[in-house]
Design a protein around this ligand. Structure first.
Ligand code: HEM
Length: 389
């Protein structure tokens, strides 16, 4: 497997598409979604193909594929087919409130059928577009994308970077939780925290690589396909990356806005992580988190471990301020009416305003400035709580 380093992302010279051994075709829709659809979507965008023509060609494809999809009993095939179908539906999202009308009725019916039969998401979500898409890339060398030409490589790296970088954060989340629940104790704490700090730094370096992604490719070309669905269903977003939330829940008690977010976001996280997030939320609320345990005297760290924990929170803050800088670069219109905080002092004073306020929303449908700057504020508060000991 060719895992890109942070330097390899959004850098076509360092990381070119790698075609693996030919794989048997897994889904009846894969050839179309991988190779024909990005060109068709480009033609729709340029006005040389209408939504009616797109619907007609997809309806014919689905009529042919229906027997195979309805007869399938293999879970992995169903999952990858659902990714294909969700990509097909995403192609209509730039048409806004008409998206469901423009899409072929067979497409919506098959998405619902598969969701019910195999307990799958019935729309595009984080698990499908990031995790399943990358797993398929790792075996076939092909990533499903909406965009064609050179922009497809940027879109591929956008998905790939989320998946690859999260593997480093998983260790951080599980180490911090291990200390909270008492699985990691005594002399094991300091080296565990040291590894966590190094992994968090690497995770943050992946984030910084997103500065190289063109703002036009992201905002003008890609984002319309990731819009919220006409019935309000949220689309895929980093807001549904599990390890960031698990790391934070192990660090400090959830605030009111954070609880509101987790309650709303739970059905959008990858299926296998939902129970874990729910449990971590309850555990953290009940005082089983590092900041509260240290404050209450239930956990005492030696000087070196304590310094390391502080370095971890600082690294986490830098991840979030780097992310915010990337979002400011890609979606500048979100910062026109409210420039949002920039300095440490401004973040500290910002508080946590309503994440559902009116204003420019992200693909997860949260108020961009309030959501992202409020999350930085929470970590600064946690660091203050840890610093007072
Ligand atoms: C072009 C790059 C990116 C843009 C424009 C972007 C945009 C956004 C936006 C607008 C939100 C607010 C929630 C919503 O969608 O409504 C968000 C949330 C989030 N994003 Fe991103 N994002 C980018 C890359 C990444 C990457 C690479 C990661 C992780 C490696 C990431 C992780 C997160 C997380 C964890 C949240 C939830 C807030 C938090 O816990 O800090 N994002 N993102």
């Amino acid at each position: 497997m060719n895992i890109p380093t942070p330097d390899g992302l959004f850098n076509n010279e360092n990381f070119t598409e790698n075609i693996r051994e030919p794989q048997p075709t897994r889904t009846p829709t894969q050839e179309y979604v991988l190779h024909a659809m990005p060109d068709a979507l480009r033609m729709v965008k340029e006005g040389t193909l209408s939504y009616a023509q797109l619907r007609q060609s997809q309806a014919a494809l689905l009529d042919n594929a229906a027997e195979s999809i309805l007869g399938n009993t293999d879970e992995r095939t169903a999952l990858v087919t659902q990714l294909d179908l969700a990509f097909m539906l995403g192609g209509y999202l730039p048409s806004g409130s008409d998206a469901y009308v423009n899409a072929p009725s067979q497409l919506l019916a098959l998405l619902d059928y598969q969701a019910e039969t195999f307990n799958l998401p019935n729309r595009m979500d984080y698990e499908l577009i990031i995790d399943v898409n990358t797993e398929e890339f790792n075996t076939t060398g092909h990533m499903r994308t909406y965009l064609n030409g050179p922009d497809a490589q940027s879109e591929r790296d956008f998905y790939l970077g989320h998946h690859v970088s999260e593997s480093y954060l998983k260790q951080v989340a599980s180490s911090l939780d291990g200390i909270v629940v008492g699985d990691i104790t005594g002399a094991d704490i300091q080296p565990t925290l040291q590894t966590a700090q190094q992994n968090l730094k690497l995770f943050r370096e992946y984030m910084a690589a997103y500065m190289r992604l063109s703002a036009t490719v992201f905002d003008t070309s890609l984002r319309p396909y990731l819009a919220t669905y006409p019935d309000g269903i949220r689309n895929a977003s980093g807001a549904f990356m599990p390890s960031v939330q698990l790391t934070e829940l192990a660090l400090h008690a959830p605030t009111e806005q954070q609880t509101k977010y987790i309650d709303m976001a739970l059905p959008y996280f990858p299926r296998a992580t939902r129970a874990k997030i729910e449990n971590a939320h309850q555990q953290s609320l009940s005082g089983k988190n590092l900041a509260d345990m240290i404050t209450a005297g239930d956990l005492s760290l030696d000087r070196e471990s304590s310094n390391m924990l502080n370095a971890i929170v600082e690294e986490f803050i830098t991840f979030r301020t780097t992310h915010l800088a990337v979002v400011r670069h890609k979606i500048p219109q979100a910062f026109v009416e409210d420039a949002g905080p920039k300095s440490r002092q401004q973040f500290a004073a910002f508080g946590e305003p309503d994440i559902m306020a009116d204003g420019e929303k992200g693909t997860a449908d949260f108020h961009i400035v309030n959501f992202l700057a409020g999350s930085v504020h929470r970590l600064i508060q946690a660091k203050r709580q840890l610093d007072t000991d």
